[in-house]
Design a protein around this ligand. Structure first.
Ligand SMILES: [Mg+2]
Length: 371
């Protein structure tokens, strides 16, 4: 079996000159083989940047588009192909978008391998530890703190036992941050699992330290990305000071960045995104590093049902993968692109024994939002 083509599809809901909210664009790849088997993957990144990284012609031995490296190769040799892509895109890749693009292809290769061997991805990864995974819902808060009470209540009624909010106005000013957390905590009650995401908007260690103290009485389950992941000294100082668990790393790629982050920033939780960090293959290595260092992995995931299916398959096959992020985005790229989107069932997502990722793409939605 050989790879004969890689199709790269860029999707976007708003027009190119309009602002794009989270979850409103996506990069999908189809790795096509000469046997008719097709693998699907995704990267949650800037779609047109990743598309260029995949489709660019070779410039020199260290600087090649990914597709040129893979045509004619056997899709089953996944790690070998990962290494070939990493090596051959070294100048333009290594981190960031280069690895995002590789992630999409890596996921598609696992999809093909599962179809070829006729066993689920979680079996290929070593075995299924659980039949369902508890989900936490992520929502972007409304601008008026009290308006979030009704959002939180509805999500609790939907079955979630864990919620997170972030983005929007979160992190813009200390008083609003406090009011937001207070309103949602009061609505959900003291025993409900609640975490917040600052998307690095607390900026500095000193401001973060103040906020950790101010919010301590709300006993949040974790505080995510108070500062940029590159501010590892800031993270470390917070880790020494804070009672609340600290999470981060959704922007990081590869075992190398996560190893540094774990060692230098000492977070309680790392959050690699399977469509960015290097795909399923690299996520395994990152998970091993986390386990070896007493760090919990709770992946980031806020894009389409392809990402969701890949994350479920991966987490099912990890010892401690018992919590998954479940987007509350109303973007059609989350709600409609995958026709058989894994639903929320009593606060959990079921682990299906599908062959391959098992996602059925809605071709009409693809056509509608294709750039
Ligand atoms: Mg986040």
């Amino acid at each position: 079996m050989k790879i004969v083509d890689i199709e790269v599809i860029s999707l976007r809901v708003p027009a190119l000159d309009q602002a794009c909210e989270w979850g409103e664009d996506a990069l999908i790849v189809r790795v096509i083989t000469d046997t008719g088997l097709v693998g699907i993957g995704e990267s949650d990144t800037s779609p047109l940047v990743a598309k260029a990284i995949i489709e660019a012609p070779n410039s020199n031995l260290y600087c090649s588009g990914l597709k040129a490296l893979l045509l004619g190769e056997s899709p089953l040799e996944i790690q070998k192909l990962w290494d070939k892509m990493y090596w051959g895109s070294n100048y333009l890749g290594r981190r960031g978008a280069g690895i995002h693009a590789m992630s999409a292809i890596d996921i598609a290769l696992w999809d093909i391998a599962s179809q070829y061997h006729q066993v689920p991805i979680h079996i290929l990864l070593g075995g299924k530890y659980r039949d369902k995974i508890r989900a936490y819902g992520t929502f972007i808060p409304a601008d008026i703190p009290d308006d979030n009470r009704v959002i939180a209540r509805k999500l609790k009624e939907k079955g979630f036992t864990s919620l997170k909010f972030g983005g929007g106005i979160m992190g813009n000013d200390p008083i609003t941050d406090y009011e937001l957390v207070k309103a949602v905590r009061e609505e959900l009650g003291d025993d409900f699992e609640l975490q917040i995401d600052l998307a690095s908007k607390w900026n500095t260690y000193s401001h973060s330290a103040d906020m950790f103290k101010k919010l301590e009485s709300f006993h949040l389950n974790w505080i995510e990305e108070p500062v940029l992941a590159d501010d590892m000294k800031g993270y470390l100082k917070l880790a020494k000071l804070a009672v609340t668990k600290i999470a981060g790393g959704e922007s990081l790629t590869t075992r190398y960045e996560f190893e540094d982050f774990i060692r230098q920033a000492q977070p309680d939780i790392i959050q690699p995104d399977i469509t960015r960090c290097g795909g399923i293959s690299e996520m395994r290595i990152i998970n091993n590093i986390a386990e070896m260092n007493g760090v919990k992995m709770i992946p980031h995931g806020f894009s389409t049902g392809i990402l969701l299916a890949a994350t479920v398959q991966f987490l099912a096959a990890t010892k401690y993968g018992d919590l998954i992020e479940y987007s509350q985005s109303e973007s059609p790229l989350f709600t409609k692109l995958v026709k058989n989107l894994l639903p929320l069932e009593e606060g959990h997502v079921r682990v299906l024994d599908t062959i391959g990722l098992g996602v059925e793409l809605d071709e009409n939605i693809m056509e509608l939002y294709k750039i």
